[in-house]
Structures are given as C-alpha cells and as structure tokens.
Design a protein around this ligand. Structure first.
Ligand code: AZC
Length: 829
C-alpha cells in the first residue's frame, strides 16, 4: 500500500543519513571515498585525473539526488511535458557547469584545496562531450540548461555516439581527422540504465491481419536491435530541478532465435549480432549535406523508435487511454533529423494501439512542432524511397497515406495547379524518388519555427513559400539564445564578479534582463578600469594557450581578433584571410613612420571542415601558409600575427571568447540562419565585426549600429550584386591579394588554384570581391576605435549590457508559451 511504501522510503532515507552534505569536510570525505571505492586508487597515491574522476563522482551523487526528486515530483504532478528530440547535443564539459548550477562551486574549491588540489586544474582534466557538429547541437545544449533553470518539465532524447565529432589534427597545415573515442576513460556524467531498453525493428515486410472485421497492418521485421538508455542529468541554476537527457546506445538484441547451430555458425551468428552496435557508433561529421546513407537513416529511426516507445510507456503508466495524450505531451523535433517520429507515432497508434486514422492524425497534428536551422534548400534532408522501403516499409506506407490526403487537400484549395502540387508534395519524383523530410514535418507539425527574424522572412518568401501561403499561422520564429551560465559564469568568472559587484546582485544569472543596468556605468572610469583588467587576465590565459600550441608569443597590447566556427564558404573565413594578406601587404610597403601607427593585431581563426569538404580544407591550409609567412617576417613583428587554433570545440571556445577583443561574423547576407557564436562574444564584451545577417540584425537593434562594425551587401542587395556577376569588378586590392595567393607568394600555388577560382569575377557566389572594400573599411574603423581605449571599453560594456535578449532563457520562455504550451513545475527544496 501507499503507506507502506512511504514508511519504507522514510526508513531508507534515515539510513542514508538524509541528503548529502555540502560542507567542506563532508565533501572531502566524499571525494576520498570515491578515490578509494569508485576509482579504486589508493588514497595515498592518486593523480590529477583520478582526483577529477573522484570529484566528478561526488558531484554526480548530488546531481542524482535532485534528479530523482525532480522526476518523482513530475510524476506526482503529471504536468504537460516537453520531449525535445535531437540527434545532436554539444555539451562540452560538465564539471564546472554542474557545481555552479548546484550552487556548490566554492565549497568544492575549499574542500579540494584542503586536500592539496586546485579546482581549476582538475576541471581541465575533463574531455569534451562532442555529440554534435556545430550551431544546432550547441543550441540544444544551451536550451537544455534553460529548460532546467526555468523549471520546465522537459526531457531531451538523443543518441549516445561512441565516437563524437572527429578531432582535428593539423599536419603541415593540412587538416586530418582522428576518431574521438570519448568514452575511453569512462563518463561519470551518465547513468547506465540497463533495465530501460527497447527493441527497435528494421527491414522485413508488412502483412495484413483482420481483427473484429477490421484490417490491420502488421510489420514483421527482418532485424531487431536493442536500445539501452543512458541518462544525463542536467541541473538548473538556483533551483532543485534537474532534468534529463536520455541517450540511446545500440546493443545486440538479447532475444534469441532458439536455433541450433554448428560451432562456426554459432560464432558468426554472435559476431553478426555484435554488428548491431555499430548503429550508434559514430556521429556524421557533415553539417551541410545529406547523402542518403542507410546507416544515417538507421540512426535516425533507432533513436526515434526508442524515444517514442519510452514516451508512450511513461504516458501509459499514468493514463488508461489516449484521450489526454495531446494535453500531456509536446514533441519538439530539432531540424528534420528526428522527423521519422511523426510516422512512428502514427504507426504505433494505428497498428499497435489500433486507433482509427483520423483520431491518430488529430493527435499527431497537435503534439509535434518543428524548428528548422537552415536557409539553404540543399541543406534539407531527402530520403531515397528505395532506402526507406527496404529499411522501414511500414513507415513508407504511412508517409504515402499522409501525402495522399495532403494532395487531396491541395486539390480542393488550389485546383489543378500541378506545379504547386509537385513542389509541395512530400514525395519528390525524379531520377531518385525521395521523401522530403521538411515537407513531411511542415504538413504534420502545428508550428514551424525559424531561428531569427531574418530566417523567418526567408522561410516565408523563399524556402517554404508555398507552405506559408497555405498555412501562415503555422510559421513563427524564436530568435536563438545562449546560456549565460556557461558563457559568462563558467567561462568568465572574473567578468562575472565585476558584473555582480556593479549591479549589486547575482540575480542576473537567472534574470538576464538586469544586465541592462550596466548601461548606467558604461562611462564610469572605475568600471572601465576593472573591465579592462578582466580582459587583460583573459587575454593572458589565451596568450599562454597560444604559446603552448604554436610557440608563437603574442603581445597583450595587440587587438585579439577572432573568428571561430565551422569552416564554410558562406561563413567566409577566406574573406578574413584575404583581409589579413592585405594588412600584411600594407605593413610590408610602409615606411618606418607609418608602421609606428599600425594597431597591432593577433588574428585568431579556428574551426573544423567536414572531412569531404575540399574547399573548406583548402581554406585551413591557406590560413597556415599565410601564418607561416607572416609570423616569421621580421618586418612585421608584433604588428600582425595569425594563429590557427586546432581542434576547436566547446572548451576551447570557453577559453578563447573571454580573451578576445573583436569577433568576426562574416556570412554573406541571407546565408546564416541565426548564428549563436556572436551572442557569446557579445555577452563577454567583445565587439562585433559583422554583416547584417541572421540574428546580427537583431543584435544591432539592441546595441545600436554605432557600437559595432558593420559591412557588406544587405540582404535585399545580394541578388542584384550576384546578378551583375562578372560585370562588377572586384576592387584592385582584392585582385592583388588573390593574385598573391595564385602566384605562389605563400607556396602551394597548384593546391590553392581551385580555391582562388571560387572568388573570380563572375564565379564569386558569396560575394567576397564585392564586399571586400566595405570589409576593409570596417576593419579600419575597428583599428581607429581600438586606439581610443575609453571608447572601446564603453562599447564593450554596452555590448554585455545589451546581450540579455540573446539568452536562451528568453528563447525557451517563448517556445514554452507560443509553441509547446508547457508550464514550470518547480520541485520543492
Ligand atoms: C545552424 C545554423 O547554421 C546557424 O545559423 C544557427 O545559429 C544554428 O544552427 C542554431 O540554430 N545549423 C546547423 O548547425 N545545422 C546543422 C545541420 O548542423
């Protein structure tokens, strides 16, 4: 009975001696306990890594307490829950973030110092969890932090890749990829749930079954794989709530075929089963195109099927029928990667729960919402019908049925406008017949979100124009945001204290709008002094890192100018490098007197190229070739240095962003859906040099165009400039720097030829040539301003002060109210 269970629970709690305590002595005891019993090292001898392991296990224990309580509370209250489905989460490190959100960072630092360890040093031992490519994946991580902090009843679902995003190694200036076997040394932040596992089916055939005079479809699978849950607690800040990201790993199915084997057959049967594990092995490293690979589709369905089974199981635990399903569940699909979930929910409801089509369809249309993260039509996923037919035969039928009904609706609305039907159809005819996952998502979701206002405009007028004409009310946007917990509190502790001191409160960590209070002191000489000291400390850290990486000593008086993000032609790292060549060329041709007026720069570039993306790889090589020349030229000295930071990832960003003065966001207008790196720089008081693209347009509105350096063709100008093609000649300076590369000034002229070709007149799709003059002007304006440190610091303070709108807390509030319809559910302390 309930009373018995409660008495039992209370007795257990007494035996546990209540919740874990957070005073320094208890923390020390816990750490030592984990050294001895979890890590199994002798307490007389353990190194920093082992101390990190023990430390993180003791933090994990505290996370688990809150996580249990939160889930117990959610279960009791049974609120509407959000399930956030994403194939990628770019979490980075967990230790510092966890202790800060749990509010016990200082206690741990004390406890450790009494044991003779330094918290920071141990935190550096942790590797990154890199289960994602770039912007989309890091956004999911920021949003999970906000969901937890704002007490929303949410769960994340994803895949537990054994190999995260590849490590980038640079050999002779060329990128090489190495597998990231991140689980090698164990992962204290996850909880393996062997008892939570589901069978996931693939291949096979669809048969009919008649029951009570009704025809049902039955899917007889050809292969079954087991999905095992790994839970990753996500603590909120300033709350007891800790939510969960459940990641699925593939394991060979335990179900036996009960066959009798010969020895050889038995061994190969076991080995074949083992192959099942490969499904969740590796993250696809390409964030720009989809290749219609079977393994990728398997990954998508594997994660979707396990998640939907889990969600339905949890719902059924609390409900006898499906009447309340759509009032209790919101399913968010992060880009189209999880969109098979739509067909899967239909399948489960119709084939397994034996619900009628109309009722099932009504539920599906109410629970699903979708966010797209791209503007490029070629970035939209398409799945070849043949592939779908063999791997997921029943889902293909369901998608055809959905499409049939949708086409009927179109006919009613638009008559025989066949070209419109063809454009909007979920099924694309053509050489390779395929399923358009974006169209499927739009047809079935009640909301389609863009990630910035500009993105929304592009969706309405270009990418999804036909759909917008049909269902304008479905389309919305939620401008992206990033979490100030990780991007200020964890990564920039010195700035964090200065902000709290001047605002007289730490409340901005939860209520970021308070940052605007800094505006009042933007010209205050004392704040300015403290602000510059913080920047200096962070630049020192970064300079040390650069020196260990590359051996290059950089001057702290130089402007640290940074561009870190995935390498893409549209992000125009090439424009940056050509600008650096121009700067170098100018310095070389100056007389002594003019040289003294040069504002010294340290240009920092970092980012990974997708392994198959040739041009992006050439950009990396060019960066190294130019650096080699510039950094070793005695004429140039401290006036200019170029550093490529290898293996850019979340923890590198945490080091680089606080230490930079200027950051560059150079995408050709109309190509970056939002961009979130800029927001992290903004929060850290780095000035932006940027085009009016993606969320930058909204950033300008917050901080004013005077407080940043804008350049380049505007969104509405781009098509005309592009059409003029070869007739608009690039400026002479541009022609000159491209020629230097072509002529082998930096070596490797044959290798760089095709790269140079991409920016020739008439072929320069991303408009590097026509934007070059305006880019150089913006750079010159940045130099001029940097000389005036008072003005620069003021702009820097105003940047932080205006960054509040770009917190993921704001984004999540908007999603909660306008898309998901969920309410906070705060677990009592
Ligand atoms: C990115 C967009 O390129 C970027 O502009 C946006 O800020 C970010 O998503 C978050 O919305 N897109 C991706 O990362 N896309 C993929 C497929 O990885």
């Amino acid at each position: 009975s309930f009373g018995d269970r409660r008495a039992k629970a209370e007795n257990m709690f007494r035996l546990m001696d209540g919740f874990l305590k957070n005073d320094p002595v208890s923390l020390q005891k816990d750490i030592i306990y984990h050294v001895e019993y979890t890590v199994a090292r002798s307490r007389f001898s353990f190194d920093d890594f082992e101390a990190y392991q023990a430390l993180s296990h003791s933090v994990r224990d505290r996370l688990i307490e809150r996580w249990h309580d939160t889930h117990h509370y959610f279960k009791k209250k049974d609120p509407k829950r959000l399930y956030f489905l994403s194939l990628e989460f770019l979490m980075g490190r967990s230790l510092s973030n966890s202790v800060i959100n749990l509010g016990i960072r200082d206690q741990y630092a004390d406890a450790l110092s009494q044991l003779g360890f330094e918290f920071e040093v141990l935190a550096e031992q942790e590797g990154d969890a890199a289960l994602g490519n770039g912007g989309l994946a890091r956004l999911s991580a920021c949003q999970m932090d906000s969901l937890a902090t704002l007490d929303y009843p949410a769960w994340g679902y994803g895949l537990r890749y054994q190999y995260g995003l590849f490590r980038q190694i640079i050999v002779d200036g060329f990128q090489h990829e190495q597998p990231d076997y991140w689980l090698n040394f164990g992962n204290p932040w996850e909880i393996e749930r062997v008892q939570v596992s589901y069978a996931v089916k693939f291949y096979g055939t669809v048969e009919e079954e008649v029951s009570n005079g009704v025809n049902y479809k039955v899917w007889i699978p050809g292969e079954t794989v087991e999905a095992v849950a790994y839970d990753n607690p996500i603590p909120g800040y300033g709350t007891r709530n800790a939510i969960n990201i459940r990641l699925w790993a593939a394991k060979p199915s335990g179900q036996n075929d009960l066959e009798s084997y010969t020895t050889g057959d038995y061994v190969s049967a076991v080995v074949n089963r083992q192959n099942a594990e490969t499904i969740s092995n590796v993250l696809y490293p390409d964030d720009r195109s989809y290749q219609g690979k079977e393994l990728r589709l398997k990954q998508q369905y594997f994660f979707v099927s396990a998640s939907i089974q889990d969600i339905i199981r949890r719902f059924k635990d609390a409900h006898d029928n499906f009447d309340e399903f759509s009032e209790k569940i919101a399913l968010q699909i992060n880009d189209t990667h999880p969109s098979l979930a739509i067909a899967e929910v239909m399948r489960v409801l119709i084939d397994e729960e034996r619900m009628g089509w109309d009722k099932a369809w009504d539920i599906v249309c109410k629970i699903f919402s979708f966010t797209t993260h791209t503007v490029q039509p070629e970035g939209l996923e398409k799945i070849p019908v043949d592939l779908m037919c063999s791997l997921l035969p029943r889902h293909l039928q369901i998608i055809y049925d959905i499409n049939y009904k949708f086409m009927e609706e179109l006919k009613k609305k638009f008559g025989q406008d066949y070209s419109r039907h063809a454009r909007m159809s979920i099924v694309e005819e053509g050489a390779v017949k395929s399923i358009r996952m974006a169209n499927l998502s739009i047809v079935c979701c009640h909301k389609v979100n863009g990630v910035s206002r500009v993105h929304f405009e592009l969706l309405k007028t270009r990418v999804f124009k036909d759909f917008y004409d049909l269902w304008p009310q479905k389309f919305q946007y939620k401008t992206n945001g990033v979490t100030q917990r990780r991007w200020i509190v964890v990564s920039n502790p010195s700035l964090c204290s200065v902000i709290s001191k001047w605002l007289g409160t730490e409340a901005w960590v939860r209520n970021i709008d308070l940052l605007t209070g800094l505006r009042d002191y933007a010209s205050d000489a004392d704040l300015q002094q403290e602000w510059r000291t913080v920047k200096k400390i962070n630049k020192m850290r970064l300079a040390e890192y650069i020196e260990t990486l590359s051996g290059v000593k950089v001057s702290l008086d130089a402007m640290f100018d940074v561009q870190i993000k995935r390498i893409h032609e549209y992000k125009r790292q090439l424009l940056n490098i050509l600008g650096i060549i121009h700067r170098y060329d100018c310095i070389k041709n100056m007389n002594e007197g003019d040289r003294r007026k040069v504002v010294p720069r340290v240009c920092i570039i970092g980012g990974k190229a997708a392994p198959g993306y040739e041009i992006a790889k050439k950009i990396i090589k060019l960066c190294h070739a130019v650096a080699e020349k510039v950094n070793n030229d005695p004429d140039v000295g401290d006036f200019l240095k170029l550093i490529f930071i290898p293996d850019y990832n979340v923890s590198v960003a945490e080091l680089v962003i606080p230490g930079s003065d200027l950051s560059q966001h150079l995408s050709t207008a109309g190509h970056e859906a939002s961009g979130t790196g800029s927001m992290k720089f903004l929060m850290n008081g780095c000035l932006l040099l940027a085009t009016a693209d993606g969320s930058t347009v909204e950033i300008i509105e917050e901080i004013g165009a005077d407080n940043m350096f804008m350049f380049g063709a505007k969104l509405n100008e781009v098509p005309a400039v592009r059409d003029q093609g070869a007739s608009v000649r690039a400026p002479l300076q541009f022609v000159r720097v491209v020629r230097m590369v072509r002529d082998g000034y930096f070596g490797f002229e044959d290798y760089f030829e095709s790269l140079c070709d991409t920016v020739e007149d008439g072929k320069d799709f991303y408009l590097l040539g026509s934007d070059f003059a305006s880019y150089l002007e913006a750079q010159a304006a940045a130099d001029m301003t940097f000389v005036n440190q008072e003005k620069w610091t003021r702009m820097s303070i105003l940047s932080t002060a205006a960054s509040g709108r770009f917190s993921s807390d704001r984004t999540i509030e908007e999603y909660a109210k306008q898309t998901w319809g969920i309410e906070p559910c705060k677990c009592p302390f």
